[in-house]
Design a protein around this ligand. Structure first.
Ligand code: FAD
Length: 400
């Protein structure tokens, strides 16, 4: 049982999951958050808490690690997918494929529910604290520090009935996918891109046009948002006395960016290791419980990158024709016997992409989401432009 205080940098999903685990095990914890509130990185947009990578339900998994599922969540059993040729496929599952949750600072969001639970259980959260180092050890849970993917979109009111729509096409989302999620009069539309980041405005405009035409939704009174994600093919989860959880370690689904489960589970495992005073247990748990799936996702991303639209066409057709799409996705996400054989190639490919000059290119005075995110990372790390310059860039982008 630890007697000393554990410091956690970042009050996101991973940081709060870690903090809850520590206090539950009798430890003391202090969470330092650079922003003014929990969830301030998000914009009230809908995200999907995936429910296919395990046979049991994700909500059961969250309860089992001590997280109250008091946040708003709506099960989705049906969705429509468009393949790269614009052909529509229906996907139906007996069990929920995912739970729709809201991210941001509003009541009912996943972030705020976690904060409420954490405060009620005695977690101390200090806002406005930008942590650059943890000299006495602790948990780094500060979210992504590199831009491997971006998501740009709108949240807006709608009177269209609830539904979920996805589209895989390089015209809408290079190497990624576009989505439209509608729930109780609110909608989130976005393009999630893994390449050609500087042209986000063009892809977002096409995505709006696509869903307006195919689904009949009207994007009006919309608020624009943009965000980024980091996904490592070979995450580092510990440096000496520091444990690294969530996207800070690059723990993300490299195929489609479903990172919330990784963040919550890795935070819980890091918190448990700290509380038990056995830091190596986190590395062991990571290797056993998360790494095989991280590697399988890296292999899948490599494969889809190579096969492009052909691969996505086959994916959409197969998942929608499967008698149990949830089980099909679970098999697709799971490590297979060939995963260790292809993984070194996938990892080397990811490293080559990262080393390419275009990966780091951030243009002066450019207001695209990618450049804004890179500047945000630089400011978090204490390098790059000042807060005023960032604010002006964000304002210009919001006005687009
Ligand atoms: C637009 C978008 C859509 C997404 N959609 C989905 C989806 O549908 N399904 C899904 O599963 N995942 C989705 N994701 C990914 C998911 O949101 C993340 O994987 C998850 O939130 C990561 O949690 P985290 O705790 O690692 O980091 P974060 O949630 O980013 O939390 C990190 C916290 O640390 C704080 N912080 C940063 N730097 C410092 C510092 N120096 N000192 C102190 N505090 C700091 C931040 O302000 C933040 O509050 C999406 C991401 C984006 C951007």
């Amino acid at each position: 049982m630890p007697t000393s205080m554990v410091t956690i940098a970042g009050a996101g999903l991973s940081g709060l999951a870690a903090a809850l685990t520590i206090v539950r095990r009798g430890g003391h914890v202090r969470v330092l958050e650079r922003r003014g509130d929990v969830g301030a990185r998000f914009h009230g947009d809908f995200q999907g808490l995936e429910n296919w990578s395990t046979g049991s339900d994700v909500l059961e998994e969250l309860r089992s690690i001590g997280i109250d599922v008091a946040f708003e969540h709506t099960p989705f059993r049906e969705c429509a997918f468009f393949d790269p040729d614009g052909r529509e496929y229906e996907c139906r599952s007996r069990e929920p494929l995912w739970y729709l949750v809201r991210r941001g600072t509003d009541a009912g969001s996943l972030d705020q529910a976690l904060k409420t639970q954490a405060l009620a259980e005695g977690v101390e959260i200090q806002f406005g604290q930008n942590v650059e180092r943890l000299p006495d050890g602790g948990i780094v849970a500060h979210g992504p520090r590199r831009v491997d993917a971006i998501a740009v979109g709108y949240v807006f009111p709608t009177d269209r009935r609830d539904g979920a729509f996805g589209a895989v096409s390089d015209d809408l989302a290079p190497a990624g996918y576009a989505y439209l999620l509608i729930c109780r009069g609110r909608a989130t539309l976005a393009t999630c891109m893994f390449a050609d980041f500087h042209n986000d405005k063009q892809y977002l405009a096409r995505t709006v046009e696509f869903f307006e035409r195919t689904v009949g939704v009207r994007v009006r009174d919309a608020t624009r948002f943009g965000g980024f994600g980091a996904m490592a093919a070979d995450p580092t989860v510990r440096r000496g006395r520091i444990l690294i959880a969530g996207e800070a370690a690059g723990l993300q689904d490299a195929l489609f960016g479903f990172g919330m489960r990784y963040a919550l589970m890795s935070g819980h495992l890091a918190g448990r290791a700290c509380a038990d005073g056995h830091l190596a247990a986190y590395e062991e748990a990571y290797r056993r419980r998360l790494r095989p799936w991280i590697r399988a996702a890296a292999v899948n991303r490599y494969a889809y990158g190579r096969f492009g639209d052909r691969g996505y066409r086959a994916l959409v057709r197969r998942v929608c024709r499967a008698s149990d799409p949830r089980a099909w996705l679970r098999r697709h996400y799971a490590p297979h016997w060939w995963t260790p054989l292809v993984y070194p190639i996938a990892r080397a490919h990811a490293a080559r992409l990262e080393a390419a000059p275009a990966f780091h290119e951030c243009r002066d005075d450019c207001d695209c989401t990618y450049c804004r995110c890179v500047r945000e990372i630089h400011s978090q790390e204490g390098r790059g432009p000042d807060a005023e310059a960032l604010r002006q860039i964000s304002e210009r982008q919001a006005a687009c």
